[in-house]
Design a protein around this ligand. Sequence first.
Ligand code: PMP
Length: 407
Amino acid sequence: GAGFDPERARRDVPILHRTVNGHPLAWLDNGATTQKPRQVIEALAGYYSHSNSNIHRGAHTLAREATELYEGGRATVADFLGASSPEDVVFTRGTTEAINLVARTWGSRNLGPGDEILVSSLEHHSNIVPWQLIAKERRARVVPIPLLADGAIDQDAFADLLSCRTQLVAVSHASNVLGTVPPVREMTALAHRYGAKVLVDGAQAVAHFPVDVQELDVDFYAVSGHKLYAPTGIGALYGKPEALAGMPPWQGGGNMIDQVSFERTTYAAVPHLFEAGTGHISGPVGMKAAIDWLTSFGHEAVAAYETELLGYAQRALAGIDGLEVLGTAPDKIAVLTFTLAGHDPMEIADWLDQDGIAIRAGHHCAQPSLRHYGCTSAARASLALYNTREEVDRLVASLRALRASGG
Ligand code: PMP
């Protein structure tokens, strides 16, 4: 790694110092959610201890402080994603809500009978189901983009599927099951030639490598705070200004209006138009603290470290008899989804838990990408910046012990 020391990060994350079943916790379930550094925990405590108020209303000091903190979080997220302005960032509950927002608002205005939404086959259900729902309503079609054997998106098939019927391409910047990182910039350039918009699910990307939405030229980009060392319940939707400007209101209520009367209601400007009601005000506070923490290590250095750790884990797991890693595309984040002959994924997760090692077992909310490998369920170790070679060694040793135990 280019000068990144995981021990520095580990010292900041209190939960990594607890034990589970008598062993030090090895948190290898970062794809589900990440653990929080004390900088985030303290920022939340500080907000509630010092500045708690509703925002954008009330002419008092705390309302102004809370508003500044909320909007300061927006500016940090915008900067982190490479947006041109904080106004391009809408706060949501997370990636799921961000995608549903686009499907409901952009989709209701731009999809019609016969239109197509191309959705890659490695998507999380949250980037499939919202499109199915709106497609049904608008009599449009969801068309899957197939995968190659290694878990990469079949780019030839993608090029063939694009047509003047394509209104939107929905693709992940990193798969939560296979780890695949598709060539989003190239796919976006191609989609734009057909006049299609591109929505990128960045839930698994932004914690692991630097992202620049303007450089990618994507129309929408969705993220979840909790996969980025920030709290649950907060996330963001980036939209190109011209894309957001063309979208009708979503939920109605406070904060999203300008003037309300029974004759005529006018609306607040973007991004407030899409933030009806009292939101998760401490969420952006936590997100800012998390982003400041992550970037303090150098995001490039973190990415290089995680890639090196991925290589180490891939080599180590390859030595276990009967173990197959799903997703071997060269461009991937440090996600290791695997099957072990003769062992049910749930049994594997329980066994590892006895050794204090947390992984996930199941369908990972991405059933089509598992089906690609003929599976309905698999075990997944997903790594982050605070994971170490020693933890990978523990994973491998525990899996070997499971093999040796018979079954
Ligand atoms: N997309 C991907 C690739 C994910 O991994 C996840 C979370 N597992 C989501 C979307 C949904 O994120 P959230 O539950 O935070 O809305």
